[in-house]
Design a protein around this ligand. Structure first.
Ligand code: UD1
Length: 366
C-alpha cells in the first residue's frame, strides 16, 4: 500500500517515527511529508536525528503565520503532493494546524484519512487544538485512539464504531524505544543539575504566555518552588519573545533558580524528564510521558484532553493560579516519583497495531 504520513510540528515527530519505521519494515511504500510548520533546527531537525527518522521525502516550508494563513498554506501545498503521489491513505497525527489542514485536503480529494491520537477532547473551544481535533475526527475514515475515553467521545459525537480502533499511545512507542539511549545523554551535566534533584518546566500555550499577568503569576510560583528544587526550563520560541520583552520577568528569572535553556532535542529532554523529581507544564504530550515515567506532573491549564493522566497517572490540573501551582508542586515533591498506573496499551507496540488495521482496511477496500 502507499501510506503517506504528514508531519508538521514538534509533537508530531515522536508520534510519526515509530509508524513510518514500521510501515517501511512491513514493505509498504510510506512517503513522509514535512509541512515545515516548525522549522528551527531545535524544533525540528534534531528530532529527526534523535529518532533516526528518515529524511522527509518532501519539505513544504509553510512556516509561521496566523492560523488561517498557516492552515491555508498547508492545504495548498499538500494538495499538490497528494495529487502527484496518489496515496491509498493519508495518515495525520495529533492536533496541530498541519493535522487539520491535511485531513481537509485529503478528504476533499476522496483519499481516506487515518487520524492517530483521535478522540481526545478538552471541551475548551478556545484552544485551537480542540477545533483541530473535532474537525479532523469528524472527517477521518480511521480513528486510532490512545485511551478508552477517546472511543467514548467519538461515539458520543455520532461517529460510526467501525471506524474507531483503540490501539494505545504511539508516543509511548518512541519513549520505550529511546529511553535507554537517552540514558547516555549528558543533559543533566550540561545544565548543571543532579539526577533526581531538579524539576522541569515547559510553557508555550498562548493562554499562558501571551498575557504578561498570567505569565508573571506562573513564573512567580515556579520561582518559589525553585528555591528548594532548581527548575530546568527549555523555552519555546513563543515564550522566549514574551520573556525578553518584559523587564519584570527578566528580573524575576534572574533572581530565581529557574534555569532557562534552549529547546532541547528528544534524547536530551527525555533524559532530563526521566531523572526529574517534578514537571510543571502546559504541554499535552508531557502529561502522558510523566504518567508513563511516574513523575509528578503539575499542569498549568484549566482542563485536559488527556483525563487518563489524572485518573490513573501522576497529573494534577491546577490552572494558572499561583497559590494552586505552588501547593500542587509541593504536594508532588512530597509524594515523590514512582506512583500511579500506566494506562492500558501504553506498551510500546501501538505502531504495529495501527499497521495491522491499515493493512486490513486496505485489503477490504482493494
Ligand atoms: C504548535 C501547536 C501546538 C503544539 C506546539 C508544540 C498548533 C495550533 N499549535 O504551537 O499544539 O503544542 O506547536 O511546540 O498547531 N516558531 C519559531 N520557530 C519554529 C516554530 C515556531 O520561532 O520552528 C515561533 C514563531 O514565532 C511562531 C510561533 O513560534 O509564530 C508559534 O509557532 P506555531 O507553529 O504557530 O505554534 P506553536 O505555538 O509552536
Amino acid at each position: 500500500m502507499r501510506i503517506l504520513t504528514v508531519v508538521g510540528a514538534r509533537p508530531n515527530f515522536m508520534k510519526a517515527a515509530p509508524l513510518v519505521h514500521r510501515l517501511r519494515e512491513r514493505g509498504h511504500d510510506a512517503p513522509l511529508i514535512h509541512t515545515g510548520q516548525h522549522y528551527d533546527a531545535n524544533m525540528s531537525k534534531v528530532f529527526f536525528d534523535d529518532l533516526r527518522m528518515p529524511e522527509p521525502d518532501e519539505y513544504l516550508g509553510v512556516g509561521s503565520g496566523s492560523h488561517a494563513e498557516q492552515t491555508a498554506r498547508v492545504m495548498i501545498e499538500t494538495e499538490k503532493v497528494f495529487l502527484a503521489r496518489k496515496p491509498d491513505v493519508v495518515v495525520v497525527l495529533g492536533d496541530v494546524n498541519s493535522t487539520v489542514a491535511c485531513s481537509l485536503t485529503a478528504t476533499k480529494l476522496w483519499i481516506p484519512v487515518a487520524h492517530v491520537e483521535a478522540g481526545l477532547r478538552s471541551r475548551d473551544r478556545r484552544m485551537p487544538e480542540e477545533i483541530n481535533r473535532i474537525v479532523t475526527d469528524s472527517i477521518s475514515d480511521l480513528l486510532f485512539t490512545p485511551s478508552r475515553d477517546g472511543d467514548a467521545n467519538l461515539l458520543a459525537e455520532g461517529i460510526d464504531a467501525a471506524k474507531i480502533h483503540f490501539v494505545g499511545n504511539i508516543m509511548i512507542d518512541s519513549l520505550v524505544a529511546h529511553l535507554e539511549r537517552a540514558g547516555e545523554s549528558d543533559a543533566c551535566e550540561r545544565v548543571g543539575v543532579e539526577p533526581g534533584k531538579f524539576g522541569v518546566m515547559t510553557l508555550h500555550r498562548p493562554s499562558n504566555v501571551d498575557d504578561p499577568e498570567v505569565l508573571r503569576g506562573i513564573l512567580g510560583a515556579v520561582a518559589e518552588v525553585s528555591n528548594t528544587l532548581p527548575i530546568v526550563f527549555p523555552c519555546h520560541p513563543r515564550t522566549v519573545s514574551k520573556l525578553e520583552s518584559d523587564p519584570g520577568l527578566v528580573a524575576l528569572m534572574k533572581s530565581s533558580s529557574i534555569l532557562r535553556v534552549e529547546p532541547l532535542g528528544y534524547l536530551d529532554f527525555l533524559r532530563l524528564v526521566s531523572r526529574s523529581a517534578l514537571v510543571v507544564t502546559d504541554s499535552g504530550g508531557l502529561q502522558e510521558e510523566t504518567t508513563y515515567l511516574k513523575i509528578p506532573c503539575v499542569t498549568t491549564r484549566e482542563n485536559t484532553e488527556r483525563p487518563i493522566t489524572v485518573d490513573v497517572g501522576t497529573n494534577t490540573i491546577v490552572g494558572t493560579d499561583p497559590g494552586r501551582i505552588l501547593a500542587a508542586a509541593r504536594a508532588g515533591i512530597e509524594r515523590g516519583v514512582g506512583l500511579g498506573t500506566i494506562p492500558e496499551l501504553w506498551d510500546g507496540r501501538t505502531a504495529d497495531r495501527i499497521v495491522d488495521v491499515l493493512e486490513r482496511s486496505g485489503s477490504a477496500s482493494g
